[in-house]
Design a protein around this ligand. Structure first.
Ligand code: URA
Length: 219
């Protein structure tokens, strides 16, 4: 899917192989977490491709030559949606080592789900550094299911200030959630490894990969 170029499904073979690993129900907790870190790193590489590059001159010990500088790489703010995003953020930070970091703790209120609709979301902790006109925000959240959590998170962020770019890095998305976010926030860019077709009666993505938090940290 490429809705005005705002959804990027990353087909890099390494990422698709890691996705296959994390989908596997027999992958151990430790390997699942490690894999999410690797996915974060490679997603970071893919996101970086969308940054503007500037030609610079560099002087080697032998001569002057042309080089590249990536603009805005020092303006990144990564916002981690607790708790499942922690390993994904660990990977993203390797590509954006100068990034500042924010945290949002959000919980889906399971009892509020009535199949296909939204969850009510309880946000119980928000700590976000200042957002400026040139800030590129990357929201790190491995699962975009109904879009309810992400919607609440984006609302919190733009209430502070609308950043220059608002990128969402998620491993698996569901069509419903992608549509909800794109309809509601026309400026958001989504990077994902897959868009799965369904949500089950509990709002989990099918085929998905199960509960990302439980699988990364243990039940
Ligand atoms: N959160 C998860 O961890 N998994 C899903 O499938 C949906 C939301």
């Amino acid at each position: 899917m490429g809705v005005n170029g705002r959804v990027h499904v990353l087909n890099h073979p390494f990422l698709q192989q890691e996705l296959t690993r994390v989908r596997d129900k027999n992958l151990s907790q430790i390997e699942f977490r490690r894999s999410l870190v690797r996915i974060g790193r490679y997603m970071g590489y893919e996101i970086l491709k969308s940054f503007k590059k500037r030609e610079v001159l560099v002087e080697t010990p032998l001569a002057k030559t042309k080089g590249v500088k990536i603009e805005g790489i020092d303006k990144v703010l990564i916002i981690t949606v607790l708790r499942a995003a922690i390993p994904l953020t660990e990977g993203l930070i390797r590509i954006f080592p100068l990034s500042r970091q924010g945290i949002i703790s959000a919980r889906r209120m399971e009892e509020s789900y009535r199949g296909g609709e939204k969850f009510d979301i309880e946000i119980n902790y928000v700590k976000i550094p200042s957002i400026h006109e040139d800030t590129v925000v990357i929201i790190s959240d491995p699962m975009l299911a109904t879009g309810s959590t992400l919607e609440a998170v984006i609302e919190k962020i733009i209430k502070i200030k609308k950043p220059k770019r608002l990128i969402v890095a998620c491993v698996v998305s569901a069509e419903t959630g992608v549509k909800r976010i794109l309809d509601r926030f026309p400026f958001v860019e989504i990077y994902t490894l897959a868009i799965d077709p369904e949500l089950n009666s509990k709002g989990y993505i099918v085929p998905g990969l199960g509960d990302a938090g439980d699988r990364a940290f243990g039940e």
